[in-house]
Design a binder for this molecule. Structure first.
Ligand SMILES: C[S@@+](CC[C@H](N)C(=O)[O-])C[C@H]1O[C@@H](n2cnc3c(N)ncnc32)[C@H](O)[C@@H]1O
Length: 294
């Protein structure tokens, strides 16, 4: 386990799917700590890297500074991939050969005990914003302000309806006594939740639902895939890695729509990690990669 950097998933699969050609342009729309970007640069591609989290962008910049000899082929922008069209135009990165999305957060987000992404530090604020400078609503705000039906809908992103109803009831009860503010408050609320997935901590899926809602992760995907597809040159490829069934279904449906109007499916079933990667990197277990060619 590499403690310093996020462990990049499906590296060989992504490199092969992107068909990297020397001097051609690519967009890494979820830069993270530049794991995939370094591979593309290593094969001679030019990369525009987009990262929403300013802290993560700094980590990526430092890593590239240290580990990549020739940085002229790489341009990094802080922003949301929902603005991929504007960012690409502003960077003169139009008609690209390949675009990669590797959704979610990094190990570094989960290990950052101050940001509330994981339940490790019960005293941390329940924040979970990927970009605290532009996003106003924290996880605790949602749990304190949403109506009952809205809370149920939020938790149904990752939980079955019965569990979502159960946890909503606990939240309504808890916030009557005092506002929900810390990671520990939500951990306590989750105690006794029967998770439908064995082996998972009872707080894992509720925390994931709150994170997805705080960062509008599903709407962002829906809004962005068409913009990304438009940026591809003919024969260009869209490579998308998702980690959650609700993400994957959005990708699958978008790909279906495009295939019906002439795009080519490169993967007929999602590509998943092989034995060695599954052993080495726990996160790779839920990774699903789909590839589409324009
Ligand atoms: C799974 S990580 C990517 C890891 C990266 N492929 C690597 O190998 O280092 C996902 C990254 O996307 C970023 N991200 C999430 N939502 C985003 C958005 N709307 N726009 C841009 N970046 C986003 C997260 O902050 C996180 O760093």
């Amino acid at each position: 386990m590499n403690d310093k950097y996020h462990e990049t998933v499906l590296v060989e699969e992504v490199v092969s799917a992107l068909h990297i050609e020397k001097g051609k342009k690519y967009i890494d729309a979820t830069l993270g700590n530049a794991g995939h970007t370094m591979e593309i640069l290593g094969k001679g591609g030019q990369v525009l890297g987009i990262e929403i989290d300013p802290k993560m962008l700094t980590i990526a910049e430092k890593r590239l500074e240290k580990e990549v000899v020739d940085k002229k082929n790489c341009k990094l922008v802080q922003g949301s991939f929902t603005d991929i069209d504007k960012i690409a135009h502003g960077s003169k990165w139009e008609k690209v050969k390949g675009i990669l999305f590797d959704f979610g957060v990094t190990n570094l987000h989960l290990k950052d005990s101050e940001r509330g992404f994981s339940f490790g530090n019960s005293e941390a604020p329940l924040d979970m914003r990927m970009d605290p400078e532009t996003q106003g609503v924290k996880g605790s705000d949602l749990l304190n302000l949403l109506r009952e039906d809205q809370l149920r809908e939020l938790f149904e992103i990752t939980l079955d309806p019965g569990s979502a109803k159960w946890i909503t009831g606990r939240i309504l009860h808890s916030r009557e006594a005092k506002p929900i503010e810390k990671v520990g408050d939500l951990v306590e609320i989750c105690q006794g939740l029967r998770s439908s997935k064995t082996g998972l901590n009872e707080a894992t899926l509720p925390f994931l639902a709150v994170r997805i809602a705080v960062n509008s992760e599903l709407t962002n995907i829906k809004e962005t895939l068409p913009k990304a597809f438009d940026l591809l040159e003919k024969g260009g490829r869209l490579v998308v890695i998702s980690f959650h069934s609700k993400e994957d279904v959005l990708v699958k449906n978008f790909f279906k729509e495009k295939i019906a109007s002439g795009a080519h499916a490169i993967t007929f079933r999602p590509v998943t990690a092989g034995g060695a990667e599954l052993e080495a990197n726990k996160r790779s277990r839920s990774a699903k990669m789909r590839v589409l060619e324009k």
